[in-house]
Design a protein around this ligand. Structure first.
Ligand SMILES: *Cc1c(COP(=O)(O)O)cnc(C)c1O
Length: 358
């Protein structure tokens, strides 16, 4: 449909970034799972990750995993969010591996797998301090003891997640702990755990510096491949591309207006009381893009002279006074996105997707 905003997706950039991440990881015997949840598993992007050489795919949502299976992707797929007790049958049916921390869920997975005559692979998540999902240190052996009797599931490895809730950075200490537990459990179980999954994009910093503890042999990478950024370590990854996604929206009004509203101030459309600084008259552009289209806090104008002043459901207000070019009605303004912005734009039915470099 003409008139809607466009998310331009450069598949070549995704392929290049994937290939670079895969190369540096494979040099150190680390497998790479391409994480597809940041873009609702749009199949063209997944295909670019596969062409870039990922060893497997991973997503946190069963809806996305089903979509991948229907599209015929036959790489192993890992479910990245603890399965819902009420959805274990689908997990066994469509995912090869799931991450787990709850005995009751693993018991249910076991029953579902036995019913279907399948073996479902399980990665036990350990909480090394970020305090999102995972078994705490003191409970690991107790948990393993309970799940080894469950037929139909096979404990194939250990994993951890960092930088998501507590903002904890991957380190030699917390990842080394994962390897220590593996060594202990190998002896206890009488077989070798084959996967030690050491986090996502934020662990790439240790890989670059060749400081990742030996034994970590899998990473689950989303943000780095997609955006070339590492939010947890607040950095742009210098050896990755940052041009895979661009959001474009159209200007529908340009006028000089005072920087402070005129009249008594109540609440804005979302119930907040806005505050303004008087900067005199400013040139303001309104774009046909709003909170209903994307997560506005997650987009950044590519023109550094522009400033987003605010947004309502359907309008984005941008100060264009300092722009070097004259902004006019009908012009297209482009934006970079962060992870939250990307997720919202991919998920938005109001944002049209356009591919290049396919
Ligand atoms: C989202 C997610 C990832 C990917 O993280 P990035 O920072 O995007 O690389 C990895 N593991 C789990 C468990 C996740 O939920």
């Amino acid at each position: 449909m003409k008139g809607s905003s466009i998310l331009e997706i450069n598949l070549e950039a995704i392929r290049d970034n994937t290939a670079k991440v895969v190369e540096i990881c494979h040099q150190q015997d680390i497998a790479v799972l391409g994480v597809t949840k940041g873009f609702t598993a749009i199949h063209q992007i997944v295909a670019a990750m596969v062409e870039g050489g990922v060893d497997g795919l991973a997503d946190s949502r069963m809806e996305n995993i089903l979509k991948l299976r229907r599209r015929g992707f036959n790489k192993p797929i890992t479910l990245l969010r603890i399965p819902r007790l009420s959805n274990v049958k689908n997990v066994v049916r469509y995912a090869d591996v799931s991450v787990n921390s709850e005995v009751a869920v693993m018991q249910a997975l076991s029953r579902a797998a036995l019913e279907m005559g399948k073996v479902h692979k399980v990665i036990l998540m350990l909480d090394v301090g970020d305090l999102r999902e995972g078994v705490m240190k003191g409970n690991i052996l107790n948990t393993v003891r309970q799940i080894i009797d469950f037929h139909g599931i096979q404990l194939i490895g250990l994993g951890t997640n960092m930088g998501c809730f507590g903002g904890i950075l991957p380190s030699n200490d917390n990842l080394g702990f994962l390897v220590e537990v593996k060594n202990f459990l190998d002896a206890y179980l009488g077989y070798d755990l084959e996967v030690i999954s050491g986090g996502g994009t934020s662990t790439l910093a240790l890989v670059e510096q060749r400081r990742l503890p030996a034994g970590i042999n899998q990473l689950r990478v989303g943000e780095g491949i997609l955006l070339g950024t590492d939010t947890t370590n607040s950095r742009k990854i210098p050896w990755l591309r940052h041009d895979a996604f661009l959001l474009r929206a159209e200007v529908i009004e340009v006028k000089a207006k005072p920087s402070v509203p005129i009249g008594e101030i109540g609440r804005d459309a979302f119930g907040n009381i806005p505050e303004f600084q008087d900067q005199g008259m400013r040139n303001r552009a309104i774009l046909a893009l709003g909170k209903q289209d994307v997560y506005v806090e997650g987009i950044i104008p590519t023109d550094e002279h522009m400033k987003i002043l605010g947004a309502s459901s359907d309008h984005l207000i941008v100060d264009v006074t300092d722009c070097l070019r004259n902004i006019r009605v009908g012009d297209e303004i482009s934006f970079c996105l962060n992870y939250a912005g990307l997720l919202s734009a991919c998920d938005s039915k109001y944002v049209k997707k356009r591919f290049k470099g396919g």
